[in-house]
Design a protein. Structure first.
Length: 379
């Protein structure tokens, strides 16, 4: 009888303890092939680094974290079946997007419907978090970064006549919308706006028009693989106006493509290469050691999203997805991209870092800390 009671007591203790499987599975959709593969590679390395660091510290409730990864090619058509596979086949307790807005938006609805917490690492479209209360974002939404761009150009730089060069996708349109919304507040006149496709690499007609416009500054959205050729061609044509970009430029690859033309380009982003923060300095050092190339915003964002998720799972102390969701919502995490907290919509609240190319490297230019200007929508 005594031994039976002891066995029942042990069983009760075991069942009262938060239950995890042999490993804690976190899903990730991320482009590993296709046009976005370079960004996907950085996001994946950042996420893997966060997992390795967590496991070295004992994992979650003593269980090792397992990152389950699928290549979504930055395609909504790929992202939907991947989300279903992660939920139904792999049984992940939460997931992270290391992909672009189209794929992230498509997957977000699937995770929301299944009640599985999902964090967008760097996709910026406003509809992502509006998928529901299980979806969060650790990067700036496009409109917020556009607001920061208007303040940077009109206030910090004192430039008033501005030409917009806008990439025709979720990324570019969101940035342009935010910039236009706040331009007048900083005395900015939008002289013209020109659009281009993500497939474009030759910008002759746009360059000619910008040269004729003779603006004080150029607000140009794009990724490193479009922005590099664009900036090179602007400078080759004699356009000397400052070019202000965003986090899509944030890679050493932009500088490699644009070469000398990259000098002086300024961007709004999440990663400060000259940060005094020990967290940021450690990330930059460890990322370069693991990746074999210099840290970028995408890598930092992948690392941040997974770090926030692991912190929440540790605090939740259970694999209950609702509890994990609540823990993410109440997060306050020091990451390489800043101190992460969320509003009611699951949007991040943090400062915008401004970087400038000097001597072939990204360096600190300034920080935008205007809470009112940078406040994301809450509904």
């Amino acid at each position: 009888m005594t031994s039976k009671l002891a066995a029942l007591a042990i069983l009760g203790a075991v069942t009262a303890t938060p239950a995890w499987a042999d490993s804690v599975k976190i899903g990730m959709n991320v482009p590993q092939t296709g046009f976005a593969a370079a960004d996907g590679n950085s996001a994946l390395i950042g996420a893997q680094l966060a997992v390795e660091q967590a496991n070295a510290q004992g994992g979650i409730n003593g269980k090792q974290v397992e990152l389950v990864v699928y290549d979504d090619q930055a395609s909504p058509k790929e992202a939907v079946p991947i989300a279903n596979k992660l939920i139904e086949k792999d049984g992940v307790v939460a997931a992270v997007s290391g992909s672009y807005s189209g794929a992230t938006r498509a997957a977000a609805g699937i995770f929301q419907a299944a009640g599985v917490p999902y964090i967008s690492a760097y996709a910026i479209h406003p509809d992502i978090t509006r998928s529901g209360d299980y979806v969060f974002r650790t990067s700036f939404m496009g409109e917020v970064q556009g607001h920061a761009g208007a303040k940077l150009i009109g206030d910090t730089l004192g430039k008033k006549r501005v030409v917009l060069i806008t990439l025709k996708n979720d990324f570019g349109k969101s940035l342009a919308a935010g910039f236009k919304e706040k331009a007048a507040d900083f005395g900015i006149e939008i002289v013209n706006e020109y659009e281009y496709s993500i497939k474009d690499r030759q910008f002759g007609p746009i360059v000619s028009r910008v040269r004729a416009d003779n603006p004080d500054a150029i607000y140009a959205s794009g990724y490193f693989f479009t922005a590099g050729p664009l900036v090179s061609q602007l400078r080759a044509a004699g356009v000397e106006a400052p070019v202000i970009g965003q986090e899509g430029y944030d890679s050493q690859k932009f500088i490699e493509i644009a070469k000398d033309a990259a000098e002086g380009v300024i961007i709004t982003t999440s990663l400060d290469r000259d940060s005094k923060s020990e967290e940021t300095k450690s990330f930059i050092r460890e990322f370069q050691k693991k990746a074999g190339y210099e840290a970028d915003m995408v890598g930092a964002s992948g690392h941040t999203a997974v770090k926030v998720l692991i912190d929440a799972m540790r605090r939740a102390g259970t694999d209950d997805k609702a509890a994990i969701r609540d823990a993410i919502a109440s997060a306050k995490v020091t990451a390489s991209t800043g101190t992460i907290t969320f509003n009611k919509l699951g949007e991040v609240r943090k400062d915008v870092q401004v970087q400038i190319v000097k001597g072939g490297q990204w360096h600190h230019h300034s920080t935008i800390s205007d809470e009112k200007l940078l406040a994301p929508p809450a509904e």
